[in-house]
Design a binder for this molecule. Structure first.
Ligand SMILES: *[C@@H]1O[C@H](CO)[C@@H](O)[C@H](O)[C@H]1NC(C)=O
Ligand SMILES: *[C@@H]1O[C@H](CO)[C@@H](O)[C@H](O)[C@H]1NC(C)=O
Ligand SMILES: *[C@@H]1O[C@H](CO)[C@@H](O)[C@H](O)[C@H]1NC(C)=O
Ligand SMILES: *[C@@H]1O[C@H](CO)[C@@H](O)[C@H](O)[C@H]1NC(C)=O
Ligand SMILES: *[C@@H]1O[C@H](CO)[C@@H](O)[C@H](O)[C@H]1NC(C)=O
Length: 761
C-alpha cells in the first residue's frame, strides 16, 4: 500500500509538506542515543516498574515511534533518568523540561590501557613486588564492582576456595549469556552483568582488560603465576578476600557512556562497596561534570556511601591531561615498580649493550644474524627519514629478510612500536633494535619476535659499529627479569598530568600507584583450556586504578564504618613521596615530580589504616562545589531532590579551593600580601587516643609565604573535629606558574600530610 502511495508523483509533494510540518518533532534527523539525567531518585520510581518520567518520552515522541519511546536504559536506583534514541530537537525539548538536569549524547569512552600507544601496547609488569597486605586473611564481606570489559571466570585468580557465604547484603545477579552461565559465578565472583546496548552478549572477557583489572584489585593468591615464564611469583590482588562483581560496558570499539551509567546504577543497588573504573573520556573531549557519565554516576554512588576509584588517563606527560577529575572520585596516576625486563644486544665485535624488551623467542647467544640500519635499506624513492623510522612501505622487504634491523623511533609520527615490529616480521626479519629516547623506553611484549629497545647513547654505538664494519652481525638475547631496580617508583611517562582543566582549584590526580608492567590474570589463548592459568604484563593507569581500589578495600576491611571520603583522605595523607633510593620521587626526566604528576604520592595501604586524622568531604562540600563551579541553584536543586540546599550567597570559581578536600589547590593567586588567600580545613581525629595534640610543620616553596593557625590542634574527649586556617601569599619575587609544597600535622606518631599547589598569576 505504501508503495503505490510513494510512486505517485503528486504525493511526493504531500510527503515533503508533511515532513516540514513534523520537522520540529522528528523525521528530518536520524535519532541519536542521548542520556537524559534527572538527578537523585524519587520514591515513586523505585516502586514503579515503568517510572513516571518514562511518560515524558511518550508525550514527546511521535506515536508511531513506539519502539523509541521505550528508551534504551532506565536509571532509578542511585539516580534518575534514562537514555533513548532522540533527534536533536527532541533532546533540546527534554533539556528544557523542569525535571531534567542535563541531556547529552551518549559518549564513547576509552579503556585506559595502552592499546593505541606503542610504548604501552602489550606491556607487561609485575604486581608481586607491590606491598601486598598479608595481614588480612580469609574472605571479607567487601564487594568490589569492576566496570570494564567483563571477566574470564575460569581464571584461578577468581577461585573461591576458603570463601564463606555470599554476604546477605548482595542483591545482584549472575547474568547468563551464550558462554557464561550461573555456574561461572561463585563465592568470590559473586555477580556479573553485561549490557547489550554496549555490544556485549555475555559477561565473558575477550579483551583481557577487565580480567586484568579485577584480578589486580581482588584476585586470589595464585602461586607460580608468570607471563610465559617471566615475572614469576605469587599473583594476588590488593584485597584477595574481597568479592568481585563485574559490569561489562565495553566492546572492541570502546565503552558506552549510557551503559556505564546503568552499570553504576545497578552496582549501587546490587550492594557493592567500591567501584573501580579504568575507563575515561578522551582527553580532548572535556565535558563538564553534568554531562560526564562517570562524574554523574560517581556523585550519586558517593552519596550512597559507595566509593568510586578511576584512572587518570594515559595522555601524559603533557600538563592538563588528567581526566575523571570530579572531587568525589579518587583519581589515580601511574608509576613504575622496581622491576624491569631486559633484552640485551651483543654486537659481532663482542660489545654488549643493555636494552629493554619482552619477547619469548628461543634465540641463544650463539646465533648471530646480519645487522642493517633501516636508513640503508630503504625502498626505491623513499625519503631517508621515513626509512630510518621504519615507516610502513619505507623499507625494501628483500633487503631486510633474514636480518636484524635498527630503527629510530620517530617523535613526529604516530607510528607505534607494534606496527614496526609487524612490518619487520612480515618481511621475514630476524629481529628489531629500536633506538628511542631513554625516558620513553618501556619494554613491550613482542611475542616470539626478538626486540630490544636501546637509548640514544647505545644507539649511536650500534650505528657506529654498522658504519665501520664490513659484515656487521648481532644477537638479541632472551629477556631477563631485573629485580629491585632503582629508582622506583618513577612517574610513568604516559600517566596523565594535572592541573585539571575543568577547575584548577581541586588538585588532581589524587594518588599514584603501580601501573607499568603489571602482572595479572588475562584471557587464555584461543586454543588453550579455559582454566589455563594465564597471566600477562600490562601498563596504563588502567592498571594503577585497581591497585588503589584494592588498597581502599583493605582500609575498609579494617575500618568498616568509614565513609568513602575518609578512606580517600587516609590514602592521600599517608602516601609516600620517596623512592627506594630515599630521594624524592622523580619523573622520567629524572626531575623531582610534582603533585600534578603524583597527587599526594604513592599509596601506602598499611599506613592508611592508621592515618590519625582525616579530612571528611561531605555532600554539602560537593554541592557547594557545584555552586562555585557555576551551575545554577535550580540545576543543583534538581541533582538532589530531597535536600533543601541553598547555594552560598557568594559564589566564585576561586571558592572551590575552600571545600574540605585532603589536598589544596589555588589556581589563581596574585603576588603580594594583600592578595593573600585563606583556606580553612577541618580534620577529624580517628586515632586511638581521644586526648591528642597535633603540631604543624610546613614545607613552603621559595616563592610562597605559607602560615597556619592554630599551629597546634588539640583534640579531647568531646572534641573530635578541629578546624585550622592556612594563609598563602606570593612573594613579589615569585615566578609565574605553579609552586608546590606541603603541610604536615604530627602527634609524634601519625603524620598527616596535605600537599598544596598554588599558581602565581
Ligand atoms: C554451564 O557451563 C559449564 C561450563 O561451561 C557447563 O559445564 C555446565 O553444564 C553449564 N550449565 C548449564 C546449566 O548450562
Ligand atoms: C619532569 O618534571 C619537570 C619538573 O616539573 C618537568 O619540567 C618535566 O617536563 C617533567 N618530565 C616529564 C617527562 O614529565
Ligand atoms: C621455544 O622452545 C620451546 C621448548 O622447546 C617450544 O615449546 C617453543 O615453541 C619454542 N618457541 C619458539 C618461538 O620457537
Ligand atoms: C582526656 O582529658 C580529659 C580532660 O583533661 C580527662 O578528663 C580524661 O580522663 C582524659 N582521657 C584519657 C583517656 O586520658
Ligand atoms: C564530655 O561531654 C559529656 C557529656 O556532654 C560531659 O559529661 C563530659 O564532662 C565532657 N568531658 C569533657 C572532658 O569535657
Amino acid at each position: 500500500m505504501s508503495t503505490t502511495y510513494f510512486s505517485s508523483s503528486s504525493s511526493l509533494i504531500v510527503i515533503v509538506f508533511t515532513s516540514l510540518l513534523f520537522a520540529s518533532i522528528s523525521s528530518l534527523q536520524t535519532p541519536k542515543h542521548y542520556v537524559v539525567y534527572m538527578g537523585s531518585p524519587v520514591e515513586a520510581d523505585l516502586h514503579n516498574g515503568e517510572a513516571s518520567y518514562f511518560q515524558l518520552l511518550d508525550t514527546l515522541l511521535p506515536r508511531e515511534e513506539s519502539e523509541r519511546s521505550k528508551g534504551v536504559h532506565h536509571y532509578k536506583h542511585a539516580f534518575r533518568g534514562f537514555s533513548a534514541m532522540l533527534t536533536e530537537e527532541e533532546a533540546a525539548a527534554f533539556s528544557e523540561h523542569d525535571e531534567v538536569v542535563s541531556v547529552f549524547e551518549d559518549p564513547m569512552l576509552q579503556l585506559h590501557t595502552t592499546r593505541s600507544w606503542d610504548f604501552l601496547e602489550s606491556l607487561s609488569g609485575v604486581a608481586s613486588s607491590f606491598p601486598i597486605y598479608n595481614s588480612f586473611h580469609g574472605s571479607s564481606d567487601i564487594i568490589i564492582g569492576v566496570v570494564d570489559t567483563g571477566i574470564w571466570p575460569e581464571s584461578p585468580s577468581f577461585n573461591d576456595k576458603g570463601f564463606g557465604e555470599i554476604p546477605s547484603k548482595w542483591k545482584g545477579t549472575c547474568m547468563e549469556g551464550p558462554d557464561f552461565n550461573k555456574s561461572h559465578c561463585n563465592r568470590k565472583l559473586i555477580g556479573a552483568r553485561y549490557y547489550t546496548s554496549a555490544g556485549a552478549k555475555s559477561a565473558r572477557d575477550a579483551n583481557s582488560h577487565g580480567t586484568h583489572t579485577a584480578s589486580t584489585a581482588a584476585g586470589a593468591h595464585v602461586n607460580g603465576a608468570s607471563d610465559r615464564g617471566l615475572a614469576r611469583g605469587t599473583a594476588k590482588g590488593g584485597q584477595p578476600g574481597c568479592r568481585i562483581a563485574v559490569y561489562k560496558v565495553c566492546n572492541d570499539d570502546g565503552c558506552s557512556g549510557s551503559a556505564l551509567l546503568k552499570a553504576i546504577d545497578d552496582a549501587v543497588n546490587d550492594g557493592v562497596d567500591l567501584i573501580s573504573i579504568s575507563i575515561g573520556l578522551n582527553a580532548a573531549s572535556r565535558p563538564d561534570y553534568l554531562s560526564d557519565p562517570i562524574a554523574i554516576g560517581a556523585f550519586h554512588a558517593e552519596l550512597k556511601g559507595v566509593m568510586v576509584i578511576a584512572s587518570a588517563g594515559n595522555d601524559g606527560p603533557d600538563p592538563s591531561t588528567v581526566t575523571n577529575v570530579a572531587p568525589w572520585i579518587v583519581t589515580v596516576a601511574a608509576s613504575t615498580i622496581d622491576r624491569n625486563f631486559q633484552s640485551s644486544v651483543i654486537l659481532g665485535s663482542g660489545k654488549v649493550l643493555r636494552g629493554a624488551g619482552i619477547h619469548f623467542s628461543n634465540a641463544t647467544r650463539s646465533k648471530a644474524y646480519p645487522l642493517v640500519y633501516a636508513r640503508n635499506v630503504a625502498a626505491a624513492s623513499t625519503p631517508f627519514e621515513d626509512a630510518r623510522a621504519c615507516l610502513p612501505g619505507a623499507l625494501d622487504p628483500k633487503k631486510i629478510a633474514g636480518k636484524v634491523v635498527v630503527c629510530v623511533m620517530s617523535s613526529t609520527t604516530g607510528i607505534t612500536k607494534r606496527i614496526i615490529k609487524l612490518i619487520l616480521e612480515d618481511a621475514g626479519s630476524r629481529g628489531l633494535i629500536l633506538i628511542n629516547k631513554k625516558e620513553k623506553i618501556i619494554a613491550f611484549d613482542s611475542g616470539d619476535f626478538p626486540v630490544s629497545e636501546v637509548d640514544m647513547v647505545d644507539g649511536y654505538k650500534i650505528l657506529k659499529y654498522i658504519l665501520h664494519t664490513k659484515n656487521p652481525t648481532v644477537t638479541i638475547v632472551p629477556t631477563v627479569e631485573i629485580k629491585r631496580t632503582k629508582p622506583a617508583p618513577v612517574v610513568a611517562i604516559f600517566s596523565s598530568r594535572g592541573p585539571a582543566s575543568l577547575t584548577e582549584n581541586i588538585l588532581k590526580p589524587d594518588v599514584m600507584a603501580p601501573g607499568v608492567l603489571i602482572l595479572a590474570a588475562v584471557t587464555p589463548p584461543e586454543n588453550a583450556k579455559r582454566s589455563t592459568p594465564t597471566y600477562g604484563l600490562r601498563s596504563g593507569t588502567s592498571m594503577s586504578c585497581p591497585h588503589v581500589t584494592g588498597a581502599a578495600a583493605f582500609v575498609k576491611a579494617f575500618r568498616p564504618s568509614w565513609t568513602p571520603s575518609m578512606i580517600k583522605s587516609a590514602l592521600m595523607t599517608t602516601a609516600i613521596q620517596y623512592d627506594n633510593m630515599r630521594r624524592a620521587v622523580t619523573n622520567t626526566s629524572r626531575l623531582t615530580s610534582t603533585p600534578h604528576e603524583t597527587g599526594a604520592g604513592e599509596i601506602n595501604p598499611h599506613r592508611a589504616i592508621n592515618p590519625g586524622l582525616v579530612f571528611e568531604t561531605t555532600a554539602l562540600d560537593y554541592l557547594q562545589f557545584l555552586c562555585y563551579f557555576g551551575y545554577s541553584q535550580k540545576t543543583i536543586s534538581k541533582t538532589l531532590t530531597k535536600a533543601n540546599f541553598i547555594c552560598p550567597q557568594k559564589v566564585s570559581e576561586d571558592l572551590i579551593s575552600t571545600i574540605n578536600y585532603p589536598s589544596i589547590s589555588i589556581g589563581n593567586l596574585r603576588r603580594g600580601q594583600r592578595y593573600q588567600k585563606i583556606i580553612e580545613r577541618t580534620v577529624t581525629n580517628v586515632g586511638p587516643e581521644k586526648n591528642v595534640t597535633y603540631v604543624a610543620h610546613i614545607e613552603a616553596p621559595e616563592g610562597l609565604v605559607v602560615k597556619v593557625t592554630p599551629k597546634r590542634l588539640v583534640f579531647g574527649e568531646n572534641v573530635s573535629k578541629v578546624s585550622f586556617k592556612v594563609w598563602f601569599y606570593g612573594k613579589t619575587s615569585a615566578s609565574k606558574g605553579y609552586h608546590h609544597g606541603s603541610l604536615e600535622w604530627s602527634d609524634g606518631y601519625h603524620l598527616v600530610r596535605t600537599v598544596f599547589s598554588v599558581k602565581i598569576k
